[in-house]
Design a binder for this molecule. Structure first.
Ligand code: FCB
Length: 432
């Protein structure tokens, strides 16, 4: 099974999850620096990648990939959020980009993967509309510095996860718990995406959406409606404005019932949000089986835990559902058109290392699912496995291991897992 010529086989990471060195080279504080989630772990050292990046680039090259998705830490470029640019931060990513290109690896750069400068949080963070200008400035600085070498940009990573877990669930930084605040933050993230696209002179940009395909638990009208609402919450509220230039009416009504007028949405915003960026990023981990649950907050449904069902599970307890990825890709094409799609993240938690046959199978099954979608005419341009190496998994800390490369956090030794070798064979052979 071969993939189209030029298909990107990549690995993905994000700055805060791997870099450490939070005080190095003038970096300013971010909202994640002191945020210990339920694990109690902090990202202070993580994989020490900021210091070990050269050997990590060699390791990435050893995986045979032709692309690497990483994020720039905004507080390394603008320690104060706005104003003075920290040249040492700019230079760091410039060297990383050059080293990748020297090894024939395309850098795919995420501008915002959740490590907001604390200074901007102190001014209201994503709840404040001013952040949109700050983001546009930051994006322009990155485009100016790296745009001669970077062709593809992810503007914002997973606005649902950052918006909801960070501003409604309190589970992620900044740890807020307010529905209006969360919806406002999400709106400003989408607007920031659009403003960044406006700044981009050359190249392509997309949001990396956490798309979560939903399936009703039964054929009852109630469960089907529940699955539709869950789809609206996770998916349509984001995909519709960016790709169709409108908000879904059903969700708009549901939100207005809960928080009153959505006055953070202003005239002209939709035009900005829907400026064509060039591609759609899809982060896919699992699907949701949904049933109605009247009265549940914020919306009247629940996602049934995969552990309660007789489905194959990853080590992290999520259902392994590659076929739902095929469905999802076909649906994105049918509902949203022919914009090229990149799978910007896909992966699973498995503890075993270095022998991890389950991860090998997970990768192969998901690549087959993508191939099926391509055969059905869906324009998928690449796949980025999450993650290159084990790293700081946000509120869950260091325990969940997502890497193709094992990291010993005591010694920082890296060991390529069997899955890394298997992925290298696939990437080098452009198929299974
Ligand atoms: C996604 C995040 C990424 C990582 C994976 C496991 O939601 O974008 O940073 O945490 O999940």
């Amino acid at each position: 099974m071969k993939f189209p010529d030029g298909f990107l086989f990549g690995v993905a990471t994000s700055a805060f999850q791997i870099e450490g060195s939070l005080d190095a080279d003038g970096r300013g504080p971010s909202i994640w620096d002191d945020f210990a989630g339920e694990s109690g772990d902090l990202g202070t050292v993580a994989c020490d990648h900021y210091r070990r990046w050269r050997e990590d680039v060699d390791l990435i090259a050893s995986l045979g990939v032709n692309a690497y998705r990483f994020s720039i830490a905004w507080p390394r470029i603008y320690p104060e959020g706005r104003g003075a640019v920290e040249q040492r931060g700019v230079d760091h990513y410039s060297r990383l980009i050059d080293a990748l290109l020297e090894r024939g690896i395309e850098p795919v750069v995420t501008l915002y993967h959740w490590d907001l400068p604390q200074a901007l949080q102190d001014q209201g963070g994503w709840r404040s509309r001013d952040i949109v200008d700050a983001f546009a400035e930051y994006a322009r600085t990155c485009f100016d510095a790296y745009g001669d070498r970077v062709r593809r940009w992810c503007t914002i990573n997973e606005p649902w996860v950052h918006g909801i877990l960070g501003h409604l669930g309190g589970l992620h930084a900044p740890g807020e718990k307010d529905l209006r605040g969360a919806l406002t933050a999400i709106h400003h993230m989408l607007l920031a995406h659009g403003r960044a696209v406006d700044e981009l002179a050359d190249g392509d940009a997309g949001v990396a959406f956490s798309v979560f395909p939903t399936y009703p638990a039964s054929e009852s009208d109630e469960d089907r409606e529940a699955a539709r609402i869950c789809d609206g919450y996770h998916n349509r509220w984001f995909l519709d404005p960016v790709l169709k230039g409108g908000f879904p009416d059903d969700m708009r009504r549901l939100w207005e019932e809960r928080i009153g007028p959505l006055d953070f949405i202003r005239d002209g915003d939709l035009e900005t949000i829907s400026t064509a960026g060039g591609f759609v990023g899809v982060n896919y981990y699992s699907r949701g089986v949904v049933r109605a649950k009247p009265g549940k907050s914020p919306l009247p449904y629940e996602v049934i835990s995969a552990r309660q069902m007789d489905y194959p599970l990853t080590g992290g307890g999520y259902e392994i559902a590659p076929w739902a990825l095929t469905d999802l890709l076909v649906r994105l094409r049918d509902d949203y058109g022919e914009t090229p799609i990149f799978i910007t993240e896909n992966g699973a938690i498995y503890d075993e290392a270095p022998h991890d046959p389950e991860r090998v199978k997970f990768i192969e099954d998901h690549l087959r699912a993508i191939h099926d979608a391509i055969e059905r005419g869906v324009p998928v341009g690449g796949y980025f496995h999450w993650s290159f190496m084990d790293n700081f998994e946000w509120a869950l800390g260091y325990e969940p291991r997502f890497g193709l490369v094992h990291v010993d956090y005591e010694t920082q030794a890296r060991t390529v897992k069997d899955s890394g070798r298997a992925y290298a064979r696939i990437a080098l052979g452009n198929g299974l």
